[in-house]
Design a binder for this molecule. Structure first.
Ligand SMILES: [Zn+2]
Length: 450
């Protein structure tokens, strides 16, 4: 059996303001990086290039001879990173398109069961998929596939309406594939050959040979593999992101099924009324109030650049403090409750637009997203299953008898059976109950990646 692992993104921060000159050199790479990516999107994003995407050597070779690298004067360590970065985006876009098509096909009533079978085959076998899209189809169906696959393809095609399926496939691709491009030039990927950790910081290669930019970092951890450098020119700082594979821990003693409710006052409450992050509300209100004060100060002194920088640095520190509290409390929750399964309400998708007007609101929405993200990540890393349930009416339903009750302050009361409890405890118990009844939205298990 293979050892399960999960990917965790870790960040490092520049320790000192980055000089204008150094920032210029880094932005130059970011600008070129964007150009290369957009070039690759443009040239290989269409259906005509499907055959070149796997395994990608053709693209690499073509990008070597196309002259773009020489034109930009870009070090190869960055150039090829940008190429593969863009190729990765193109591949994930195809994956998304295929997923959308699978779902659409399952709902489409004009397709027979045999049509769907054939379609699923086409979505799975890259060569066949490409052949259909590029219409290189002498006998109406894909040919030239490996023997066993060809036999399967022929049998499936025989049983279905090939014209209908192919037409459907082409239309769906046109519908779901969007043209990729990036406007952002605020960062770049770095391969191992382009950086070196030393002297409590990191040396990054630039476009001039032997002229490295040195960034002192706030910690002395050293990562290997690919990194991503994100630039914040106005704030004169940078973040280094590294993807770390962590081994998934299995806890044989984690055997409980735990329902939880997240809140803005107490961060997390279980169905037994155990509370984690009881200081969260206070810390969070302080932070939100500070932000609001600062934003009115900022409006008055818009031109004050130095003040702005100080503000950003302080905001960053405050945020870090809040996050370290959240993480510490989530760890405590897992250690104490020893859950095999955590049942919680699925978060509604974020509403588009209008969020920034009320700063308190936007901050709280954002922190809630952060708590969830961290909880899901920690569960993945410790092979704790997460079951997300539908949240409609979960706060006002009685977890004991199912009748509708009322919430006053933070107390839940059921007039029907007399049950009375803390509102969050009742909601957590409902989450647990709904998970058992199968009112489940998504089941997330300890699968790796993303
Ligand atoms: Zn009741």
């Amino acid at each position: 059996m293979t050892q399960e692992s999960a990917v965790r993104t870790v960040r490092q921060y520049s320790a000192k303001p980055i000089s204008g000159e150094d920032m210029e050199k880094l932005l130059e790479i970011a600008g070129d990086y964007r150009r290369v990516k957009n070039y690759v999107y443009e040239r290989y994003g269409g259906i005509g290039s499907l055959g070149k995407l796997y395994p990608g050597y053709t693209v690499q070779n073509e990008m070597t001879v196309c002259g773009l690298r020489a034109e930009l004067g870009m070090p190869s360590v960055y150039y090829y990173r940008a190429v593969f970065d863009a190729l990765g985006d193109i591949k994930s876009q195809w994956t998304r398109t295929k997923t959308a098509m699978r779902k659409a096909a399952a709902r489409n009533e004009n397709l027979t069961e045999a049509d769907r079978h054939y379609l699923r085959f086409l979505l799975k076998v890259n060569n066949a998929f490409e052949a259909v899209l590029n219409e290189k189809l002498p006998e109406g169906k894909p040919s030239g596939l490996p023997e066993a696959v060809q036999a399967q393809c022929d049998a499936l095609a025989e049983a279905s309406d090939v014209r209908r399926v192919h037409g459907y496939l082409r239309r769906q691709v046109r519908k779901h594939q969007v043209k990729l491009s990036t406007e952002r030039a605020d960062g770049f990927g770095v391969t191992e050959r382009a950086y070196r950790y030393a002297d409590h910081g990191i040396y990054l290669a630039t476009k001039r040979s032997r002229q490295r930019v040195f960034l002192p970092l706030t910690d002395s951890r050293q990562y290997t593999g690919q990194l991503y450098v994100k630039l914040f020119p106005r704030e004169q700082r940078a973040e280094i992101m590294a993807a770390v594979r962590v081994r998934v821990k299995n806890h044989p003693d984690y055997t409980n099924r735990v329902g939880i409710a997240l809140g803005m006052k107490t961060m997390l409450t279980t169905q037994e009324g155990h509370r984690y992050g009881t200081e969260f509300g206070t810390l969070h209100t302080e932070y939100a109030e500070w932000l609001r004060e600062q934003s009115s100060v900022y409006r008055r002194n818009r031109a004050d650049n130095a003040g702005r920088k100080k503000y950003t640095a302080k905001k960053h520190r405050k945020e870090e403090r809040l996050h370290s509290y959240i993480n510490q409390q989530l760890n405590l929750f897992l250690q104490n409750e020893k859950p095999e399964t955590v049942c919680m309400v699925k978060l509604p998708p974020p509403k588009a637009g209008g969020v920034n007007r009320k700063i308190n609101y936007s901050v709280s929405v954002w922190q809630r997203g952060y708590i969830r993200k961290r909880l899901l990540q920690k569960c993945r890393e410790q092979s704790v299953e997460v079951v997300e349930v539908l949240g409609k009416g979960i706060g006002t339903e009685c977890s004991r008898c199912g009748a509708s009750g009322s919430v006053e302050g933070e107390r839940f009361r059921c007039a029907s059976c007399g049950y009375e409890a803390d509102e969050k405890t009742n909601a957590a118990a409902n989450a647990l109950k709904r998970a058992g009844e199968g009112q489940i939205k998504i089941i997330g298990t300890g699968d790796s990646d993303k």
